[in-house]
Design a protein. Structure first.
Length: 454
């Protein structure tokens, strides 16, 4: 075995130059270079450079080529540019004899170096923090974000047998991160053992499905309806997915059953009030058009405007007619703006009469009901005036006899361009009139679709 002689010396940085014949031609990744520079700035040069003398500079001082450690040299020079160190910063170097086989030594030096396995790095950082270190301190030292260090810490606290599987290449980093959704190592190990017992090669999606079982994301309909504070007040706990791209996207509720119960309890409280006025009221967490298509509908009777509102409405109509008669020379921005205000107020008064003060007739409410659900805006929504098919005809009424005299005929143009005639059509309101006697109007229950008041 031949041992190349070398001498350890501390050389000024400005006397070191890159070796122009260095075999490394592929540049390192910028992120890796930044980490190296940050490490040197925080901890100094942890591995000496290999150099050899190549003559003197203009001042007669010795110059040295860096045979091994080109990236470290570049990082030191970059730190000079950032005024982090001086140009004459002392650099520990092994000085080789001039006749050393530098090409072979450079290749060997890079071949025998083995990078620290990520699992080892995760565990080392976790051990350091448990010994009193902090994530911000490590982040500043490595020039990375605190969140990145917290992610490494979570990975280092993984159940040891799962971390060993990662070391052995049985699972990838995505699967490891999926396990990290829960910090509970017992739950991690339980899922891991289950997957191994099934002889599965676990993918990250399957692991994610198992670790999130029984949980619910904060963006879910029921969660946004109830609210996270109410969930926590009821004893629910949160899980923060530390690997989520955004902070909001990483919030999960550990007890999906609890949030569903809170949502249904709130809906049921409203349904209970509605049952005192309607024939029935039921609770559904979600309702789409197909759910309501099976029902017939009864509609509220438009309300009435006050005397002052009627006078205002008439004045607005007159003003609208006057503005419409203006000629082109008289029509200007002011007139256009006034016309828009008049139309807006007229529409408000019409909506107030037709919706805001609309009322359901008592006879209609005796055959109809309501569904209480969560709206698309995640607020309470009441769909009322629904008539179930089995409630359209009374239990003792003959459908044909009941419809005599109230059925209508509708003529329309079909998709094929021909006339279509529909006979025997009866509205739910007319059926209600046929089944029951007249009764006074009842104010509609609160309908969050139309904003009707009781």
């Amino acid at each position: 075995m031949t041992v190349t002689e070398r001498t350890l010396r501390y050389l000024p940085l400005d006397r070191l130059v890159p070796w122009t014949e260095h075999p490394r031609k592929t540049p390192a990744e910028s992120a890796a270079f930044k980490q190296l520079k940050a490490s040197i700035a925080a901890h100094g040069l942890l591995e000496n450079l290999l150099v050899r003398a190549v003559g003197k500079d203009d001042n007669g001082d010795d110059r040295y080529e860096v045979v091994a450690g080109a990236r470290r040299l570049a990082a030191l020079q970059a730190l000079v540019g950032e005024n982090a160190i001086s140009q004459v910063h002392p650099v520990p170097c092994h000085v080789l004899p001039a006749d050393s086989p530098v090409e072979v030594m450079c290749v060997v030096e890079n071949m025998v170096r083995t990078a620290l396995h990520p699992a080892d790095r995760f565990e080392a950082l976790a051990k350091h923090i448990h010994s009193g270190g902090t994530a911000p301190e490590i982040a500043a030292s490595l020039r990375v974000s605190t969140k990145k260090v917290e992610q490494w810490l979570r990975l280092g606290e993984m159940a040891p047998d799962i971390l060993d599987a990662y070391r052995a290449g049985e699972i990838g980093i995505k699967s490891l991160k999926a396990f990290c959704f829960t910090p509970n190592t017992q739950r991690q190990r339980s899922i891991w053992e289950k997957l191994k017992a099934e002889h599965n090669v676990p993918g990250s999606r399957e692991i994610w499905r198992l670790v999130t079982e029984g949980c619910i994301h904060s963006s879910a309909r029921a969660v946004r309806f109830v609210g996270v504070p109410a969930y926590e007040a009821a004893g629910g706990t949160l899980i923060h997915n530390i690997f989520a791209e955004t902070d909001d996207g990483g919030i999960w509720l550990e007890d999906a059953a609890l949030i569903k119960k809170l949502a249904l309890d709130r809906l049921e409280a409203t349904a209970k009030e509605l049952r005192a006025e309607w024939s029935w009221a039921e609770v559904r967490e979600h309702v789409n058009r197909r759910d309501t298509a099976r029902f017939a509908r009864v509609h509220p009777v438009p309300g009435e405007l006050t005397e002052d509102e009627i006078k205002e409405y008439d004045r607005l109509l007159a003003r609208r007619d006057h503005l419409a008669e203006l000629n082109q020379d008289e029509w200007n921005e002011e007139a256009e703006s006034e016309s828009e205000r008049v139309e807006t107020r007229l529409e408000e008064l019409r909506r107030l009469e037709e919706v805001g003060r609309a009322v359901f007739r008592r006879k209609d409410m005796e055959i109809a009901g309501a569904i209480v659900t969560i709206g698309d805006d995640y607020t309470l929504r009441v769909i009322q005036g629904l008539v179930r098919p089995e409630d359209i005809f009374g239990p003792d009424a003959h459908p044909v006899e009941l419809c005599v005299g109230i059925a209508e005929t509708t003529v329309t143009v079909g998709d094929d361009g021909t006339l279509h005639v529909f006979k025997g059509l009866v509205t739910p309101e007319k059926l209600a009139d046929a089944r029951t006697g007249s009764a006074g109007p009842i104010h509609a229950s609160t309908d969050h679709d139309g904003g009707k008041g009781r």
